[in-house]
Design a protein around this ligand. Structure first.
Ligand code: FAD
Ligand code: NAI
Length: 476
């Protein structure tokens, strides 16, 4: 007999487990199926984000930042620590502990919300009487389940270069890049996107000589151009060697190294040997093992599950959220879609505002933005006013000893509505939340400027940038 549920969620990443919790809160009988287990078969719910994404990368960024601070900046504070030794095993072990804590936290949440957590790979078997039949296999064991609604949250996987599969020893995806057993002397990275810059920064701080090869002629083209320019300058000063306009022509995997041959932007051929090569050139949707054909579930040409703006697929009561559907591949976007879908299933009016999804790079300095860039708005011929304020003129940043970067507020010239906020500097990841709130309420630059911000805080830089929109900064 198949086990029956109101809602079956496939995938326990941020899209899936959050959708399961919200559906359970709304009174549905819910199961969440996830295939991720460790080498001992222990379940690891949380998806890419928890296991090989957001959480472990932030743990390594934090540890490596402490290491760099201790080496380069403690002395300015009058703290002498003698010789500093890196224990990479401990550092990686701490990262694994943080991941484990998150895996356990999600299992606790499943129990708390009376969600049945099923470990295994779910596949569609068929549909009958407006219900979907699925099977879940784990090793030799297979169980049948049956649901009125199915939410697919199967996520994404790293994109490999043609003819260069990941071996996770020399050629690394994000998973291998989070677990290099010894700090490489020379580390190559293909792709100067979010992973390349975050994980490139981690290994540079730990002592590797890092070269990042980026195909596009422009650095960080997705960000505001002024922010990207500042970022490139700062990363170069830190010693991250970024080559834009690099065309990778050949990658040879040797016994203990990888040789990459590429053409530079000036058309010069370069051959470089690295101890490891991280390939971070984007991610692709993951639907392997789902057997969409059994029910006629439609994928688009790029392999994403096709959905409308409400995350409905071509099949009634089958929904899809997160990295496996269009839109930015971000954990918080997946979560928002998961909540909205659960609410729609329960007859409510869940909504995701795709215009106010923040983007963050957890490098140092951090980079965060929400809304449109100046170059986009100019291209769209919007009349705008721009205000910027440097952290150099912010008291808290000076006290922290971290004055790199600036906050930038872009507002409509006539209505003063905030259209985009871009921050490069300390704690930009936290500062951006205020901008998201203001934009969600369709607020104006003057609203930010008139709100009382605590002193001394970094958030005063955002307020001053809003004042700068009207050319009336107080501290510059
Ligand atoms: P996933 O998290 O990929 O989860 C999908 C789950 O479905 C997996 O557990 C998988 O095992 C399971 N699954 C797949 N098929 C089946 C099946 N047939 N049956 C059962 N289970 C199945 N985003 C941010 O917002 N902030 C960050 O700081 C950030 N850092 C990142 C760092 C790295 C290195 C990487 C790689 C990504 C990062 N991301 C970050 C992106 C983020 O991880 C993803 O956007 C997010 O995990 C997507 O969530 P999801 O639920 O759609 O899918
Ligand atoms: P990405 O899309 O951020 O960057 C990929 C980069 O590789 C681009 O700059 C692209 O121009 C370049 N590229 C593509 N093909 C290339 C080639 N052949 N040679 C050289 N360069 C090439 O993808 P990335 O870094 O792999 O990350 C995947 C996803 O994971 C991102 O879309 C992001 O949403 C998510 N992520 C989010 C994080 C965050 O929110 N802080 C952190 C890490 C990942």
């Amino acid at each position: 007999m198949a086990k029956e549920f109101d809602v079956v969620v496939i995938g326990a990443g941020p899209g899936g487990y959050i959708a399961a919790i919200r559906a359970a809160q709304l009174g549905k009988k819910v199961a969440c199926v996830d295939a991720w287990v460790d080498l001992d078969g222990k379940p690891k719910p949380g998806g890419t984000c928890t296991n090989v994404g957001c959480i472990p990368s932030k743990a390594l960024l934090q540890s490596s930042e402490h290491y760099e601070q201790a080496q380069m900046h403690f002395a300015e504070h009058g703290i002498e620590v003698g010789s500093i030794k890196l224990k990479l095993d401990t550092l990686l072990g701490r990262k694994n502990t943080v991941v484990d804590q998150n895996n356990q936290g999600i299992q606790f949440l499943f129990k708390k919300n009376k969600i049945e957590f099923i470990v295994g790979t779910a596949q569609f078997v068929g549909a009958e009487n407006n219900r979907y039949k699925l099977s879940v296999s784990a090793g030799e064991k297979t169980i049948e389940i049956d649901a009125e609604h199915v939410i697919i949250a199967t996520g994404s996987e790293p994109r490999a270069l043609p003819d260069l599969p990941f071996d996770e020893k020399l050629v690394l995806s994000n998973a291998g890049a989070l677990d290099i057993p010894a700090v490489p002397k020379k580390l190559g990275v293909i792709g100067a996107g979010v992973i390349g810059l975050e994980l490139g920064s981690v290994w540079r701080r730990l002592g590797a000589e890092v070269t990042v090869l980026e195909a596009m002629p422009e650095f960080l083209a997705v960000a505001d151009a002024q922010v990207a320019k500042e970022a490139k300058k700062v990363f170069a000063k830190q010693g991250l060697n970024i080559e834009v306009g690099a065309k990778v022509e050949n990658v040879k995997v040797n016994d203990k190294s990888v040789t990459v041959t590429y053409k530079t932007a000036k058309d010069e051929e370069v051959s470089a040997e690295f101890d490891h090569l991280i390939v971070s050139i984007g991610r692709i949707p993951f639907t392997k093992g789902l057997n969409p054909e059994a029910v006629g579930l439609k994928l688009d040409q790029r392999g994403f599950i096709e959905v409308n703006e409400e995350c409905q697929t071509n099949l009634p009561n089958v929904w899809a959220v997160g990295d496996v559907v269009r839109g930015p591949m971000l954990a918080h976007k997946a979560e928002e879609e998961g909540v909205a879908v659960a609410e729609r299933i329960a007859g409510q009016h869940g909504h995701v505002n795709y215009n106010t999804i923040p983007s963050v790079l957890y490098t140092s300095p951090e980079i965060a933005w929400v809304g449109a860039t100046e170059q986009q708005l100019k291209k769209d011929k919007r009349e705008i006013k721009v205000g910027t304020f440097p952290f150099m003129a912010n008291g808290r940043a000076r006290a922290l000893g971290d004055t790199t970067g600036f906050a930038k507020v872009i507002a409509d010239k006539n209505t003063d509505e905030v259209l985009g906020v871009h921050i490069i500097g300390p704690m930009a990841s936290e500062l951006i939340a205020e901008a998201v709130t203001i934009m969600e309420f369709k607020g104006a630059a003057e609203d930010i400027a008139r709100i009382c911000h605590a002193h001394p805080t970094l958030s005063e830089a955002v307020k001053e940038a809003a004042l700068a929109v009207d050319k009336r900064t107080l501290n510059l």
